[in-house]
Design a protein. Structure first.
Length: 114
């Protein structure tokens, strides 16, 4: 828990969020500014600032396999979806707590960078 961190405050329920899934290790909630009909943020509960700081292989596996499971349960696995991690400044990361974006429900198109 980092008391200055927005996502830690969501994890501790100090701030509200529209929660899609939660277990002991991971919380998934809707992005406040959805870019596609489905836009989830998959967030480890432990405060890991970015992908450079991720070393827990079990957690890394959990973060991906829960996406695979929920994509099927929510019916967008077959149509497809994008999984995106913005990492630090050049990667466009705005919230410094590791998270995976899930974009689904409409084609996302090619990767576009300004
Ligand atoms: P990043 O640019 O760090 O990869 O993505 C941060 C994401 O967090 C953005 O897509 C942004 O819309 C989302 N976000 C920022 N503040 C909040 C918030 O208070 N609640 C929720 N649910 N999402 C947020
Ligand atoms: Zn945090």
């Amino acid at each position: 828990m980092n008391s200055d961190c927005l996502f830690c405050k969501i994890i501790s329920k100090e701030l509200p969020a529209s929660i899609v899934f939660e277990n002991d290790d991971i919380i998934i909630f809707n992005d406040i500014n959805p870019r596609k009909p489905i836009h989830w943020l998959v967030v480890p509960k432990v405060h890991i600032e970015n992908l450079n700081e991720l070393s827990d292989k079990v957690l890394a596996g959990e973060l991906l396999t829960i996406i695979s499971t929920l994509a099927k349960e929510h019916g967008f696995a077959e149509q497809g979806y994008r999984v995106l991690i913005n990492n630090k400044g050049d990667g466009g990361q705005e919230v410094d707590h590791l998270h995976l974006h899930i974009l689904a429900g409409a084609p996302v198109g090619p990767i576009v960078c300004p």
